[in-house]
Design a protein. Structure first.
Length: 245
């Protein structure tokens, strides 16, 4: 199996993203917001709002978890991961991300070529891989949030796809150390119920979805198309990286 992204590389990338979140809501800002409107209320208002407002409301909820984490995270890190995951589940389409990573194997065209048994197997494989990729992304992101301090950021624009009003990209500038400015793009999709959900993230020129997809494809070829083996090996590699970190 081709070696997938090491946790160190993924963590370094996600740390940049974490600076966006940390910069969005410093402790003082969160306290001020809490006096005026609860996180839950902000999220309710953002459900059918513009993509940028969805990101803003989700950020407030995540940072509320991060602020409480130092009280217990050393003794119970799984509690922290579960709390972060519960908030990310509200605005991240992990299943859609996993489907994208699986590429042609989970595409509509690939699915249509399968017989009934094959389609059932693919649905289960997608379910299994969603669990694996969700765990990997949540734990990596959560670790980055604890490690990274606040940064100044600027929400610059929201671009709607010319091909569909249900696809948009939210761009932010993150001002790091030594006057370094990072560009982060949140790729969003609007679903039938009106919700905007995060589908992918591009940090500078690092497209997380494309990187994972190329690694999945290489691993699948090395395994002669055995997706169960790819998913199992991916999970084992995640656990090994987590222990090393």
């Amino acid at each position: 199996m081709a070696k997938k992204l090491s946790l160190r590389f993924t963590l370094a990338t996600m740390m940049v993203l974490s600076s966006v979140v940390a910069g969005f809501m410093s402790p003082g800002v969160i306290a001020a917001v809490a006096e005026d409107v609860s996180v839950a209320s902000a999220q309710d208002k953002a459900v059918h709002a513009e993509p940028a407002l969805v990101i803003e409301a989700a950020t407030a909820a995540v940072m509320a978890v991060v602020l409480e984490a130092p009280e217990y995270v050393d003794e119970d890190p799984q509690r922290y991961y579960a709390a972060i995951g519960a908030e990310l589940d509200k605005f991240v389409d992990f299943r859609g991300f996993a489907r994208g990573v699986m590429g042609d194997y989970a595409s509509k065209r690939g699915y249509s070529r399968l017989d009934k048994a094959g389609q059932n197997m693919l649905r289960q494989q997608l379910n299994d891989f969603t669990v694996v990729i969700r765990k990997n992304l949540i734990e990596t992101y959560a670790k980055g949030l604890l490690a990274f301090g606040g940064s100044r950021l600027e929400l610059t624009e929201t671009d709607v796809s010319p091909g569909s009003v249900r696809v948009a990209s939210v761009t932010q500038l993150v001002y790091g150390d030594q006057s370094r400015v990072y560009t982060v793009r949140y790729q969003m999709g609007q679903y039938a119920d009106g919700r905007w959900m995060l589908r992918n993230i591009i940090i500078e020129n690092i497209n997380l979805g494309e990187i994972y997809q190329s690694q999945f494809e290489a691993a699948a070829k090395a395994a002669d198309g055995d997706l169960d083996r790819v998913i199992t090996d991916w999970n084992v590699a995640d656990q090994t990286d987590s222990q090393e970190s």
